[in-house]
Design a protein around this ligand. Sequence first.
Ligand SMILES: [Zn+2]
Length: 291
Amino acid sequence: MKKINTWLEKNKLKNFPALIVIVTFVVFIIMIISFLNHNDEDSSSIYVIEDAELRTGPSSAYPVISNIDKGQNFQKIGKTGKWLEVESANKKEKGWVAGWHTNLDIEADANHNAKPLKGKTIVLDPGHGGSDQGASSNTNKKSIEKVYTLKTAKELKSLLEKEGATVNMTRETDKYVSLDERNIKGDAYISIHNDSLKSSKANGSTVYWFKDNQKALAETLSASLQKRALLTNKGARQENFQVLRQTDIPAVLLELGYISNPTDEDMITDQLHRHILEKAVVDGLRAYFSE
Ligand SMILES: [Zn+2]
């Protein structure tokens, strides 16, 4: 003890007992704080610490089931990587949420805010062109599909390039390109069209896929389009289109509204409306490539 006292005196810390009381008090406070913040990884009851999305599977590539609000409680029923399978108390809602949106101590993926499209090659295929006009409207506007598929593709191209993607187009001008010639390789392939039917009532957007490796991209883009909810969402559907059949890469065919429906036609021909849809496609691609 003498030695300690001598050392304390040397170091001008004569008030040794008071020091002990202070240190004990600080340790006690730290213990209380860590107890209050204690998160039991195995705890089955969790809550969401910020607005998040409930998805059909354990990654952001899966479609959104619903948006969930900060503070919402769930029972944790499973875990894959950093994703939790959860169920609402009334068992009405069930799905997957990213662990970093919950009270559990799970760190967000390092690249979760990064640019997932950086370095990706996206092929854009504006439908029709040249002598092939595609569908047309019956209104005074007499809108022609080939014009708006090209406008959409060009606008989408510049948005995707801002995300760091390389964009290859099957046509950049109003020229005829055969379906065979449209088979260009990349990380994803998006064929852009507008629907039409004799009945002017038909409306909405549809995302088509054909091969199994195209389904996830179609569902992700369909969910993303639904979120913006401008056009009625008709969902992701399987269809044997040549541009989908002839490629091995994840590919979809977007029918972005019915040019034969006057309301859809207004949206197709309006640059601001197109921009919202194009942003939805970018969001969907970001989600698809973020894993
Ligand atoms: Zn078409």
